[in-house]
Design a protein around this ligand. Structure first.
Ligand code: CP
Ligand code: NVA
Length: 303
C-alpha cells in the first residue's frame, strides 16, 4: 500500500519521530561526504502551479543525492491543463514515476490526484497546508533546543496554510502552540483535533510570545491571495516580528520564518539578521528532512 503525505495527519507521532531520526542520520552522512543512494533508478515527478525556491530545489537536490532523478514540471506544460482528466493523468504518471510532489492552489486538486495515483503523493504546499515545511521546522526546533516536548511556539501573523499545518504538527507532537492572528485572518481548525497538545488562538501578539521558546512567522499575503492584500496588510501591522516583540518572549527565543521573507513587513531586517534568527539553518533543513520523507515513502522497507 502506498503512503501519501497530503496533510500532517497522514503521519502519527511515532512515524514523525522516526522521520526526525532519519533526518539526523541523513544530515550527518551528507556532512561527512558519505554517499547514500537508496533511490537509485527511481524518478520523482514534481508538478508546480506556484513559484518556489526552497521546496523545488531541496526536493530536486534531495532526490539526486539519494540516487534518483527529479522531473520538474509546471502544470501548464501538462495535458491536464488542456482538459485531460486528473484521473487519467494520475494513472499515466503512476506508470512512469515512483512518486510525485505537487504544489497547487486547491487542496482538493491534490487529494483527487492522490486518490487516483498508485504512487506516493507529497504535498509541496496547497492553499490549505504545507506539511513538509512544518516537519522540517519541528526537526530544526529539536536540533536547536534538544527537545520538542514542552516547547512553546508562538506563530504570529496570518492564519494561513503554514499556520494550519503548525496546528496539526503541534497537536500530533504535543507541543504548546499559541497563534496570534487578527480577527478575520485566524486559521482553519483541522477536523478531529481533539485534545492533542495545547493549541490556542489569540489576538494579542504579546500574549502569544510570552514565555515562548520560538517565535514563528510567514508572509502576510500568500501566493494566490493577492486581491485582499491592502486591507489585510493594514490589519497585520501590529503582528510584525520586531525587536519589541522579541524582547517580550524568553531571553534566548529562536526566531523562525519559512521564507520567502518581506523585511519591513512581517519581520524587521534587524530581527531577521539578528542573533535570535535561525531562518537559514531552518531553510537548509528542508533538504535533510525531505530526503528522509522521500526515502520513507519511495523506498518502504520490504514486508
Ligand atoms: N518555504 C517555502 O516553501 O519556500 P518556497 O516557496 O521557496 O518553496
Ligand atoms: N503562506 C505562504 C508560504 C510560502 C512558502 C504561501 O502560501 O505563499
Amino acid at each position: 500500500m502506498k503512503k501519501d503525505l497530503l496533510t500532517l495527519s497522514n503521519f502519527n507521532r511515532e512515524e514523525i519521530l522516526l522521520l526526525l531520526q532519519k533526518s539526523v542520520r541523513l544530515k550527518e552522512m551528507r556532512k561527512n561526504g558519505i554517499a547514500h543512494q537508496p533511490l537509485k533508478g527511481k524518478s520523482l515527478g514534481m508538478i508546480f502551479s506556484k513559484h518556489s525556491t526552497r521546496t523545488r530545489i531541496s526536493f530536486e537536490v534531495g532526490m539526486f543525492e539519494l540516487g534518483g532523478q527529479a522531473l520538474f514540471l509546471t502544470s501548464d506544460q501538462l495535458q491536464m491543463t488542456r482538459g485531460e482528466s486528473v484521473e487519467d493523468s494520475a494513472k499515466v504518471l503512476s506508470r512512469y514515476l515512483n512518486g510525485l510532489v505537487v504544489r497547487t492552489y486547491d487542496h482538493e486538486d491534490l487529494t483527487s490526484l492522490a486518490r487516483h495515483a498508485s504512487i506516493p503523493v507529497i504535498n509541496g504546499l496547497t492553499d490549505l497546508s504545507h506539511p513538509v515545511q512544518i516537519l522540517s521546522d519541528i526537526f530544526t526546533i529539536q536540533e536547536k533546543l534538544g527537545r520538542i516536548e514542552n516547547v512553546k511556539v508562538a506563530y504570529v501573523g496570518d492564519g494561513n496554510n503554514v499556520a494550519y499545518s503548525w496546528i496539526l504538527g503541534a497537536s500530533i507532537m504535543g507541543m504548546h502552540l499559541a497563534l496570534a492572528c487578527p480577527k478575520g485572518y485566524q486559521p482553519e481548525q483541522p477536523d478531529g483535533m481533539g485534545s492533542l497538545g495545547k493549541v490556542e488562538v489569540v489576538e494579542d501578539p504579546f500574549a502569544a510570545v510570552k514565555d515562548a521558546d520560538v517565535i514563528y512567522t510567514d508572509v502576510w499575503v500568500s501566493m494566490g491571495q493577492e486581491s485582499d492584500s491592502d486591507t489585510k496588510i493594514k490589519k497585520l501591522q501590529p503582528y510584525q516580528i520586531n525587536q519589541k516583540l522579541v524582547n517580550a518572549a524568553k531571553k534566548d527565543v529562536l526566531v523562525m520564518h519559512c521564507l520567502p521573507a518581506h523585511r519591513g513587513m512581517e519581520i524587521t531586517a534587524e530581527v531577521m539578521d539578528g542573533p535570535h534568527s535561525i531562518v537559514f539553518d531552518q531553510a537548509e533543513n528542508r533538504l535533510h528532512v525531505q530526503k528522509a520523507i522521500l526515502e520513507t515513502l519511495l523506498s518502504p522497507p520490504e514486508q
